[in-house]
Design a protein around this ligand. Structure first.
Ligand code: FAD
Length: 540
């Protein structure tokens, strides 16, 4: 792999050429559109105001799923929209497991059943879930006796437990997936930059003709002309729509979802537990993720914020509900990290409860030609991208007649990845199996290259008890466009999402390694340390 030099990327964005497509936003949607368009031969620029996946795409529940809850809604209300949402999600789940086998894996999930009448209802529903996946099914749902359910998930409340159903979904590392999508788009010819935000839109007559952007590192501002501008800013879609037309009617409501991270012993190492609908209509889950336990989530109407902070009431809600549904002794002191994400939900003025708003995606063209793609799910980013690029080619008469083929393009690290790679790496290099498994999952077939850096004096772990290596800091800065220390701590590795104290303890080392690689002066190093502390003590 060639190092990705930020100056060269910025220079290329400053060249006079007119891009076919300028994408605003480097989350799942924007990076997905960039890869799809570049792989069809279009000239593509993507700008992300913060880091890739610093928005919602790095704060999801990390499930690749059709949505068991939406299936219930599809059946109960004979709702074709929800039905297609589930079917598309299941198909995409299969595609993502194939094109990014290092970053995604299947996970068994158990749903506990406390009422006899639920057993046929939930089991039939999950069997239908398998059927809808068709040839993309990743495992068969099974009815579990009470004993088997407790064996699979010993933390279940025993009182009143009748049985359980086990089924499969996908699990993934969302932030690394978005970064990998951005890198794959770049390797396919797109010019992608993080920490460059759109501050205005360019117009020729009354048509959109590009955008004004600002580099938050240098402070430089310039214009990027483009035939078509795609607004993929998730919860911020209305902000960009208002740059186009200050009177545009808002199309989104934003809802916040909080996750808590607990120690690994709060869940079995390879099985999750999911309650599709609690008494108050929420999804509740406990599952292993990156060696720790992820608990969530909430669904509360929220204000727009770049770094949403988990609300105290949301944390209280989760602590309370977990105690109600699971046999777990845990208090606020057991929480190692907490973070919130904002769902971009396409709004219906008649509905005030965000849990009921559509999770389907919407592609809107404004009278001046600004395209907004929003809503949907992480799982369906590829389909959203494909719909967008198909529309763009037709509507803007772009010279391109190739079809979407991102279902066959492996993401970087996925092409030569093999399931046994982690174990082999451990054996050949005498590595701790946990570290080898982590490197293999995070970097796929690039893991041996990361190991070479580790062997060159960067082989220590960043935080005790975690498998993340110093080598990954250097790799992130050199090959993955990590520009701030927090980019490494929260997205190239997930340390800050897993353990605030561990992230704090690693900060100085991360800054030192990045400083050497990116030639930071002492003042920049101090500034970076302050930035990390600011994020960790407020909202990451
Ligand atoms: P974002 O990821 O928010 O990306 C938009 C980007 O635009 C941001 O990075 C932002 O910085 C950037 N931006 C904003 N303004 C500008 C500007 N002026 N210039 C340049 N860039 C700008 N989906 C699943 O499939 N599975 C799940 O398990 C799941 N769990 C979820 C849990 C929660 C709590 C939430 C909130 C969502 C969950 N989702 C899940 C949904 C999924 O995460 C989102 O649908 C998806 O991440 C949205 O991606 P996006 O790219 O549209 O938005």
């Amino acid at each position: 792999m060639n190092p990705l030099k930020r100056e060269q990327i910025i220079q290329s964005l400053k060249s006079d050429r007119i891009f076919d497509l300028l994408i605003i936003g480097g989350g799942a949607t924007g990076c997905g559109v960039a890869l799809d368009a570049a792989s069809r031969g279009l000239s593509v620029a993507l700008v992300e105001k913060n880091d890739f996946a610093e928005g919602t795409s790095g704060r999801s529940t990390k499930l690749l799923h059709g949505g068991v809850r939406y299936l219930e809604s599809a059946v109960k209300h004979l709702d074709p929209v929800q039905y297609h949402l589930v079917r598309d999600g299941l198909k995409e789940r299969g595609v993502l497991l194939r094109i990014a086998p290092h970053l995604c894996h299947r996970i068994p999930l158990v749903t506990p059943l406390y009422r006899w009448m639920e057993i046929p209802y939930i089991f039939a529903g999950l069997k239908l879930y398998d059927v809808l996946a068709g040839s993309m099914n990743i495992g068969h749902s099974r009815l579990l006796t009470r004993r088997k359910a407790l064996e699979s998930f010993p933390m279940l409340k025993t009182s009143g437990l009748k049985a359980g159903v086990s089924y499969y979904d996908g699990q993934f590392n969302d932030a690394r997936m978005a970064v990998t999508l951005a890198l794959t788009a770049a390797s396919t010819g797109a010019t992608v930059a993080n920490h460059v935000g759109v501050t205005g839109l360019l117009k020729e007559g009354n048509r959109i003709a590009g955008a004004v952007v600002a580099d938050s590192l240098s402070g430089d501002e310039w214009d990027i002309p483009a035939h078509c501008v795609v607004n993929a800013t998730g919860p911020f879609s209305d902000t960009i729509r208002k740059l186009d037309n200050p009177d545009a009617r808002p199309m989104l409501k934003v809802s916040s979802g909080t996750h808590l991270v607990l120690d690994e012993h709060f869940s079995p190492p390879d099985t999750g537990l999911l309650i599709p609908r609690t008494k108050d209509g929420r999804v509740l889950f406990i599952m292993p993720w990156e060696g720790q336990t992820l608990v969530g989530t909430t669904d509360e109407p929220s204000e727009l914020s770049e770094h949403p902070r988990p609300m105290e009431e949301e944390i209280d809600y989760l602590v309370h509900y977990i105690g109600r549904y699971f046999d777990l002794q845990f208090s606020r002191n057991d929480i190692k990290a907490a973070w919130a994400g904002l769902r971009p939900l396409v709004s219906d003025p008649g509905k005030s409860d965000t849990a009921k708003l559509s999770r389907d995606h919407v592609l809107e063209e404004s009278p001046s030609g600004l395209l907004t793609i929003t809503g949907g799910k992480w799982t369906t980013y590829r389909k959203m991208a494909c719909d967008t690029v198909n529309y763009v080619i037709r509507r803007f008469n772009l010279d391109c007649n190739s079809e979407c083929r991102t279902d066959r393009i492996p993401l970087i690290g996925g092409a030569a990845f093999e399931t046994g790679q982690g174990a082999r790496l451990a054996e050949e290099k005498g590595l701790d199996p946990l570290i080898a498994a982590h490197l293999s999952r995070a970097y796929g077939d690039k893991a041996p290259s990361v190991m070479m850096i580790a062997e060159d004096g960067f082989g220590d772990v960043l935080a005790k008890g975690y498998p993340y290596l110093e080598a990954e800091v250097l790799w992130g800065a050199r090959y993955e466009m990590a520009t701030h220390a927090m980019d490494v701590l929260a997205r190239r590795t997930p340390i800050a999402l897993l353990d605030t104290a561990a992230a704090r303890a690693s900060a100085q080392r991360v800054v030192k390694i990045m400083g050497q690689e990116l030639s930071w002066d002492p003042e920049r190093c101090r500034q970076e340390e302050r930035m990390v502390e600011e994020r960790l003590s407020s909202a990451i």
